[in-house]
Design a protein around this ligand. Structure first.
Ligand SMILES: Nc1ncnc2c1ncn2[C@@H]1O[C@H](COP(=O)(O)OP(=O)(O)OP(=O)(O)O)[C@@H](O)[C@H]1O
Ligand SMILES: [Mg+2]
Length: 501
């Protein structure tokens, strides 16, 4: 249906795509894989008219297609779900979903709101988005916004549907709803392109895979008969070992953080404690209250009752900066791009910023750009942050590389307690392993304590010594003393499933 012929695209200092050709067929789910910065989003943006290629061409049904812009793509029934969440924050959920079709609801000078909302609702039901359609979209969680974006792409009745990491914020449950939907679209003859870093999804739902590495096409082949290890090898050009860790060590006796009887708009008497050197996992479906708890701990959401103790003493935390400076607690938010990065500043400045703030507080602004740069460069190497230079502004990095920068910043911040929300969303397999290793070392070698919020079950199982299961703003289960070699991961998965049922 859509043929991409020898497409190349460069940005200053980067050849993002180098002579890439791919054919997309109707009735097929085509996975597009590659490490962070491999060129996946660039290729998707070329297919929907956001970028124009430096050379090469695109054919739709055998005819040459020149897309002037994104609206042109919509007219040709090509639509995209972007990697970055892009919504009009003050508009309602329904308006955001029908954004590309608003003119269809014009009745002279008026808008037929009833019809608009009804149609939006129908797409919301399809993706399983259960929120009031007339509420402003700004109040939705990352996962809910992601579902809204998928609904928006569906609303335009695309024949070619481009999905750039549509499941990055979704849990298994919501992703399953999406996959059932994709199967239906596939039966209807739609060509689907699917970018993800979750390889299980690729093996489960896709028919064909194309792998990019450093902007070059490595291979296009059927999924059938392909193993995970082979996929990884195609992506990174070598095999990967993931046995770098030993046991999760036993945490110490000392309780470093205690939540006692938190009551708020969300919680009705919630408590937990975190010990020194412990990695405590919080697992649950999207919207189960894990992020709300983190934000209540760091003072971003108010509470009406309850106590917070840090190292046994009552703590008063009003903001992230309070948490960091007064108590050495770091908080890595799930909305890192909105809350955690200075997009126009360089990679090294972003990495050093927490360190810089701490030093500035203690030493009255004594800080050395050289130290900043060295530390930044070390993290660039360890997490393989793909950037033409350490001084490149963060907004020019690929999505996954931006994520790495925002995590790197907290890994160097030298906190005693780190609360991390979804640390590896959108990060490729290699960097994911490095981030896991850094978190593991923090706890096992430096005796630091970590609260890990993650919807990624394998991640949870490989890092958390203890897991609390959240459901509807309550803790419904606890799995203690886990150790990856004692418990098969299926066991842990099954036990969590039972608590959630
Ligand atoms: N607007 C831009 N300006 C400069 N460089 C860019 C721009 N967009 C992308 N790049 C560079 O092009 C390369 C490919 O980026 P792209 O976003 O396509 O990667 P990706 O495969 O989607 O990665 P990820 O998995 O992290 O999303 C990267 O090296 C990136 O830094
Ligand atoms: Mg991308």
């Amino acid at each position: 249906m859509l043929e991409i012929h020898s497409v190349s695209k460069s940005f200053p200092g980067v050849l993002a795509l180098d002579d890439v050709s791919v054919d997309l067929r109707g009735g097929e789910i085509h996975a597009l894989l590659g490490e962070n910065g491999a060129g996946k989003s660039t290729l998707m943006k070329i297919m929907c008219g956001i970028y124009s290629p430096d050379s090469g061409e695109i054919l739709l049904d055998g005819k040459r297609l020149v897309l002037k812009d994104y609206h042109d793509a919509i007219r040709n029934r090509i639509s995209i779900v972007h990697q970055e969440i892009q919504v009009v924050p003050l508009a309602s959920v329904a308006e955001n979903i029908m954004l590309d079709k608003l003119e269809n609801f014009a009745r002279g000078p008026f808008v037929d709101w009833k019809a608009l909302v009804a149609q939006a609702q129908c797409h919301m039901d399809m993706v399983g988005l259960d929120v009031p359609s007339r509420a402003p979209i700004a109040g939705l969680s990352a996962a809910q916004k992601q579902l809204a974006q998928i609904a928006r792409a569906l609303s335009s009745g695309a024949r070619v549907l481009l999905l750039d990491e549509p499941t990055s914020s979704l849990t298994l449950h919501e992703a399953a709803t999406l996959f059932a939907l994709l199967d239906k679209l596939k039966e209807g003859g739609v060509a689907v392109v699917f970018v993800t870093h979750k390889l299980e999804e690729v093996l489960e739902v896709c028919d064909t895979v194309t792998v990019l590495r450093d902007g070059k096409l490595i291979e296009t082949r059927p999924i059938a008969g392909l193993e995970r290890g082979r996929l990884v090898e195609m992506m990174i050009g070598r095999t990967m070992r993931d046995d770098y860790r030993g046991f999760l060590p036993e945490p110490g006796e000392e309780v470093v953080l205690e939540v006692r009887g938190f009551k708020s708009e969300f919680f009705d008497g919630l408590g937990l404690s975190l010990r020194k050197g412990e990695i405590l996992g919080l697992y649950g479906l999207v919207g189960s209250g894990r992020t709300e708890l983190a934000k209540t701990i760091i003072g971003e959401y108010p509470r009406t009752a309850g106590e917070l103790l840090v190292h046994g003493a009552p703590a008063r935390i009003r903001s992230v900066s309070d948490a960091l400076h007064k108590y050495r607690i770091g908080y890595v938010s799930e909305n890192r791009k909105e809350e955690g990065l200075i997009l126009s500043a360089s990679v090294v400045t972003n990495i050093a910023i927490t360190v810089w703030e701490r030093l500035a507080g203690a030493l009255r602004a004594f800080f050395s750009p050289k130290a900043e740069r060295l530390r930044g460069e070390e993290m660039i190497k360890r997490l393989e942050i793909r950037t033409p230079s350490p001084m490149q502004s963060v907004e020019k990095l690929s999505g996954g590389n931006q994520q790495k920068v925002s995590i790197a910043k907290w890994l160097v911040a030298d906190c005693d307690i780190l609360i991390i929300d979804e640390p590896t969303v959108g990060v490729d397999v290699g960097a994911k392993a490095s981030i896991h290793e850094l978190i593991w070392r923090m706890a096992s070698e430096e005796d630091k304590s970590v609260i890990l919020i993650s919807s990624d079950m394998p991640e949870m199982i490989s890092l958390a010594r203890r897991i609390l299961v959240f459901k509807e703003f309550r803790i419904v289960g606890e799995l203690a003393d886990l150790n990856s070699t004692h418990h098969a991961s299926e066991d842990v998965g099954r036990m969590i499933g039972e608590y959630l049922a």
